[in-house]
Design a protein around this ligand. Structure first.
Ligand code: NAD
Ligand code: TYD
Length: 351
């Protein structure tokens, strides 16, 4: 069946994996990647599919309501997968306003544009909103998990903005009947992640023998999922998920930060041919993040039981694959850390 799908934020980390998967797996679909190309958007993440005939890139801002409406109407868009967002907790602490603008107002503009364009004809339409487990707040070390029924309790400006956008998505379903699905996923890792996030930052710092800033005592726990497993879940839920439902996505893969960091050090040292333990001395404990959530852990059993999804990679395999990718793609990393990739767009789009 032919479909016209709008993916927002497709030049970012997770979005680029989702775009690649859809472009490759569904040659009969038209895939429109709409991205503003903020500091986090990088078209170099998509060079392998940019020439595909079913792929179309649109450099637009999700806050620009009129433009989005024209894009949805002009391309007969019947599916929206919404990933565009400001996504880094530390940036949200320094500059919360842009998080409200992009994550809340941007999502609202997109919802309103879909509502106005679809105009009550919701047959075969879907608005799929990608969210985070951080909206649920934080857990103790008591073996409990976030389920789809856990009450929202966001603590950072990032998670507060994502929680607000989730509420708007559900409100558009309840009020106007827009067919929506929301998924809340745990921390992703893998290729093409912007190196301000823990895993790529630390791989790059070890490579350059720079300090590894561990917040607080390194005791916070995150639940890590390989990004391609998330993209596979998104594909499955987009096609088979039930309208109006929420699905949690996670790897049942909890790691205390300091233990994860030691695995990263071990893997990088091994692949660089360094003596085991060489880079342990780079660990530097720094002031804790304000409002740092202690523990995230997702119960994704609903997704497993209803749609049969499970993570495919063991963590040890995923982390080795990831470290290897960053070491083999040093040019990608250097272009991102030097800001070179932004100059490329300035030339390309005259911005
Ligand atoms: P990212 O920061 O790597 O990418 C975000 C993308 O959105 C970038 O390409 C950026 O240019 C684009 N963007 C930002 N503002 C925009 C705007 N106003 N208009 C159009 N495009 C804009 O983020 P990511 O890590 O890939 O996360 C993608 C989505 O998944 C986000 O909604 C995030 O909340 C969610 N999520 C992320 C994780 C994670 O671990 N990274 C986990 C769960 C959920
Ligand atoms: P991050 O990758 O920013 O994801 P999130 O905050 O969305 O979970 O951080 C993952 C964990 O690593 C989080 O507990 C904060 C911690 N952290 C550090 O200790 N040092 C760092 O330099 C960074 C970026 C994160």
């Amino acid at each position: 069946m032919k479909r016209n799908i709008l993916i927002t934020g497709g030049a970012g980390f997770i979005g680029s994996h989702v775009v690649r998967l859809f472009v490759k797996n569904y040659p009969e679909y038209n895939i429109f990647n709409m991205d503003k190309l903020t500091y986090a958007g990088n078209l170099a993440n998509l060079t392998d599919i940019e020439e595909a005939s079913n792929y179309h890139f649109l450099k637009e801002d999700i806050c620009d309501y009129e433009k989005i409406r024209n894009i949805i109407a002009g391309n007969d868009i019947d599916g929206i997968i919404h990933l565009a967002a400001e996504s880094h907790v530390d940036r949200s602490i320094k500059d919360p306003l842009v998080f409200a603008q992009t994550n809340v107002m941007g999502t609202l503009s997109l919802l309103q544009a879909a509502k106005e364009t679809w105009n009550g004809n919701y047959d075969g339409k879907i608005f799929y909103h990608i969210s985070t487990d951080e909206v649920y707040g934080t857990l103790d070390f008591d073996g409990t998990f976030f389920t789809e029924e856990t009450a929202y309790d966001p603590h950072s400006p990032y998670s507060a903005s994502k929680a607000s956008s989730d509420h708007f998505v559900r409100a558009y379903h309840d009020t106007y009947g827009i067919p929506v699905i929301v998924t809340n996923c745990s921390n992703n890792y893998g290729p093409y992640q912007f190196p301000e996030k823990l895993i790529p930052l630390f791989i790059n710092n070890i490579r350059h023998s720079r300090p590894l800033p561990v917040y607080g005592k390194g005791e916070n726990v995150r639940d890590w999922l390989y990004v391609e497993d998330h993209a596979r879940a998104i594909d499955l839920i987009f096609h088979k998920g039930k309208v109006g439902e929420t699905y949690n996505i996670g790897g049942f893969n909890e790691w205390k930060n300091i233990d994860l960091i030691k695995v990263i050090i071990k893997t990088v040292d091994k692949l660089l041919g360094n003596p085991e333990g060489k880079s342990l001395s780079l660990i530097t404990y720094v002031t804790d993040r304000a409002g740092h959530d202690l523990r995230y852990a997702i119960d994704s059993s609903k997704l497993k039981h209803e749609l049969g999804w499970e993570p495919s990679l063991q963590f040890e395999e995923g982390i080795e694959k990831t470290v290897r990718w960053y070491l083999e793609n040093q040019q990608w990393l250097d272009n991102v850390t030097s800001g070179e990739y932004e100059k490329y767009y300035e030339k390309m789009y005259k911005i």
